[in-house]
Design a binder for this molecule. Structure first.
Ligand SMILES: CC(C)[C@H](C(=O)O)[C@@H](O)C(=O)O
Ligand code: SF4
Length: 416
């Protein structure tokens, strides 16, 4: 009986043949903590009698949710984490690099076959690199900081085979929103989504990151794209690793197999207040928007901004819309800067902010008033996610966000 990718990763790391459903204590290759969840993990680590972390080189520390500190409490958290980093000899990216899920892959801190945990739900994003990565709670993280391992129940997998090529101005975000709509917010609970097929083979790393990032929005434990040429190319100058194969076996056993063809996929949008409330953009076209946010760990890369810029062309953003653009990392920011995109967006009327989570979680800035509508390229549209519980958040691709920011109403990007 063959194995899924998740079964292969756990078997490989634990040095024994394991199957879905089994519970294992697995070593972790990387553990990410950020400014919101890090302090609790550190406090619990100390309460547990933790003196030295298991391996400072495997701990990835950075600040992205509340930077520069937006409250005294945030500033205190930062100080506490900085002190911990010094005391434990952990390299701290601090607030200089950007959003965790962009920075971890960018800095080569995750590679195919790794088991990586992060105290953030979208840690599943690194599945784009062929790793088994998942979000864990801060108390589990305290255990990981001390022991470098964690109990996992190896998940069953759902094979998602996608074929076909995207139409103009339709892309990975539309695909993953469509899948969230089909699978549902709890349709993949504790499963591993195994993404494969022609569409994924042809997708760049940025698009894969968008898809893996949103696995948790279907309840999935992980969302893996098996490593291939695109993966090794991405990692070439980021970390020391040699290409190897990590595909599922032909006769692997799945919880479920899904397949779809995206050749006629329409631009998708998640309407308030759930991520699986997905419709074609044309169904809600014409609704007024007050704010458009292009950024986040889901869609804050150069490729996303390029997509938005192509829709924008020589146009300007509507005067009635606040357009907030936030590259997900310093590297992505610099690519945009060198590519002339920052100037283009600023001239068109956008507010371009330095790399951070931005208005995604509604904590730092860009909050909505009651009755206001936001269109966001991020991953969650829960009630109150970006400010008032009486506001509405829609989720879309960068192309749809840019088209709507120009017209001031939800707009199908193929019409601009
Ligand atoms: C703050 C953090 C715990 C949270 C998460 O886990 O996802 C945040 O990043 C989010 O996107 O809601
Ligand atoms: S950008 Fe949004 S989804 Fe991503 S880590 Fe930050 S708050 Fe969470």
């Amino acid at each position: 009986m063959g194995k899924t990718v998740a079964e292969k990763i756990f078997s490989g790391k634990c040095g024994k043949e394991f199957r879905a459903g089994e519970v294992v204590m697995a070593p972790v290759d990387g553990a990410m903590i950020h400014d919101i969840t890090g302090p609790l993990a550190i406090n619990v680590f100390k309460e547990m009698g933790g003196k030295k972390v298991f391996d400072p080189k495997k701990i990835i520390m950075l600040f992205d949710h509340q930077i520069p500190a937006d409250s005294i409490a945030a500033a205190e958290n930062h100080v506490m984490m900085r002190n911990f980093a010094k005391e434990q000899d952990i390299f701290n990216y601090d607030l200089k690099e950007g959003v965790c899920h962009q920075v971890v892959p960018e800095k080569g801190r995750v590679k195919p076959g790794d088991i990586v945990v992060g105290s953030d739900s979208h840690t599943c994003a690194y599945g784009a690199l062929g790793a088994f990565s998942t979000g864990i709670g801060s108390t589990d993280m305290a255990f990981v900081l001390k022991f470098g391992a964690l109990y996992f129940r190896i998940p069953e997998s759902i094979k998602v085979e996608v074929s076909g090529s995207f139409q103009r101005r339709v892309g990975p975000k539309d695909l993953i929103l469509g899948l969230a709509g089909d699978i549902g917010a709890d349709g993949a609970t504790y499963k591993c989504l195994e993404f494969c097929g022609q569409t994924f083979a042809e997708m760049d790393m940025s698009g894969r990151m968008t898809c893996s990032n949103m696995a948790i929005e279907m309840g999935a434990k992980a969302g893996i794209v098996p490593p291939d040429r695109v993966t090794w190319e991405y990692l070439k100058n980021r970390c020391e690793t040699e290409p190897f194969l990590l595909n599922a076996d032909e006769d692997a056993v799945y919880f479920e197999k899904r397949s779809c063809n995206i050749s006629s996929l329409e631009p998708k949008i998640a309407v308030p207040h759930n991520v699986d409330n997905v419709v074609d953009v044309s169904e809600v076209a014409g609704r007024k928007v007050d704010q458009v946010f292009i950024g986040s760990c889901t869609n804050g890369r150069y490729e996303d901004f390029k997509e938005a810029a192509e829709v924008l062309g020589n146009d300007k953003f509507s005067n009635d819309v606040r357009v907030i653009i936030v590259p997900a990392s310093k590297d992505e920011y610099l690519k945009c800067l060198k590519g002339g995109l920052i100037e283009l967006f600023v001239e068109a009327g956008a507010l371009v902010e330095a790399p951070c989570c931005g208005p995604c979680m509604g904590g730092m800035f860009g909050l909505l008033a009651p009755g206001e509508v936001s269109l966001s390229t991020s991953n969650r549209n829960f009630r109150g996610r970006q400010g008032s519980t009486e506001a509405e958040v829609y989720l879309s691709s960068p192309a749809t966000a840019a088209a709507s920011a120009i017209t001031g109403v939800i707009t199908d990007p193929r019409e601009v």
